[in-house]
Design a binder for this molecule. Structure first.
Ligand code: ASP
Length: 329
């Protein structure tokens, strides 16, 4: 009995030492599954700065972009990283979508990670290159049908948010051969190609598109949420796909933070606390809201709630992706 108590005390002491010394002078790397300059990267960079402010002292956050394979390389890397709190994953809905889309993944989204909490929810926008003749969603659809087989749609790889949006939209459009898909390492390079007119169409998070829409560098045709974004000064002007005849179309992207399985509970608690505080940083909130995103409340940052939400998303996306059939790859 004495031995058990001694062991328990030793374990508790180790945990509190870990928490006291974390993060120390070693940076915390936020691994992003897509290219720098895109929407997931932007969330990670802003979040890293907000968490640095909250943690104070020598806390230091850096972002590492490990793009490729529809955002599945980065989670595989983080799942195998040292579980010491210094390597975290910032990912989006792809954490759930890839679990449905890939028969073989090098990691188990629900089992190989410690869930730290959700960050935000972000609508998507359907956009086109500036040279497209259409100016309204109706014209856009007609143009696509009239040019079947000649247009292409960019995305960030199989299982990315842009891919998911594109497959859901194309399956509802019922213009099967309308567009050729072109994968990129993230929607930052895809956006460059769209602005440059090398690709025709894309669906992407508003955190990446609002600036380009406002500057007139791309054309926006619709938003993907069930309800119009009436409180956003720019996005309120665009119809929902739901209103445009695609009844029930509702796609919102979310971002979350994850640590490798086995990260000590005291460090997880410290990171979760910093995450909750960072999400209340007025500067972070202002930036996110300006880009059409909504920062979530404390309840959704609870690890167990976030994990249950991701499990629910996997279940919800399964029939949607299956219904989209051939558009899934
Ligand atoms: N928005 C991208 C996606 O479609 C990812 C990114 O570049 O952040 O998943």
């Amino acid at each position: 009995m004495k031995k058990i108590i001694a062991l328990a005390l030793m374990a508790a002491a180790t945990l509190s030492t870990q928490a006291q010394t974390f993060p120390g002078t070693k940076p915390v790397t936020l691994v992003v599954p897509f290219a720098a300059g895109g929407p997931t990267d932007r969330v990670a960079r802003d979040l890293g700065e907000a968490m640095r402010k909250v943690m104070g002292g020598s806390a230091n956050f850096v972002v590492e972009n490990i793009a490729g394979a529809g955002g599945t390389i980065a989670p595989a890397r983080v799942a195998k990283a040292a579980p010491d709190g210094h390597t975290l994953l910032v990912h989006h809905i792809g954490m759930a979508a890839t679990a449905v889309l890939y028969r073989k993944l090098a990691y188990k989204p629900l089992e190989d990670f410690e869930y730290l909490g959700m960050v935000n929810e972000v609508p998507m926008t359907l956009i086109g290159k500036p040279q497209l003749p259409a100016n309204t969603y109706r014209d856009f659809e007609n143009y696509i049908r009239a040019n079947a087989g000649k247009l292409n749609i960019a995305h960030a790889g199989l299982g990315s948010a842009s891919h998911l949006c594109g497959l859901m939209w194309q399956s509802r459009l019922q213009a099967a051969e309308a567009m050729v898909t072109i994968p990129f390492g993230g929607t930052a390079p895809a956006m460059n190609a769209l602005v440059g007119g090398q690709v025709d169409v894309m669906c992407d998070q508003t955190t990446n598109t609002t600036g380009q829409i406002e500057a007139g560098r791309v054309k926006a045709f619709a938003v993907t949420t069930a309800r119009p974004l009436s409180s956003h000064k720019l996005l309120k002007d665009y119809p929902t796909l739901n209103e445009m005849g695609m009844r029930g179309f509702d796609l919102t992207i979310w971002h979350g933070v994850y640590a490798p399985k086995g990260t000590p509970p005291a460090i997880l608690a410290q990171l979760n606390d910093a995450l909750k505080k960072a999400l209340k940083d007025p500067e972070f909130i202002k930036r996110q809201e300006g880009l059409g995103a909504v920062v979530v409340n404390d309840k959704r940052v609870e690890p167990a709630n976030h994990k249950a939400f991701v499990a629910g998303e996997i279940a919800k996306l399964k029939p949607v992706i299956e219904a989209a059939g051939k558009f899934a790859d």
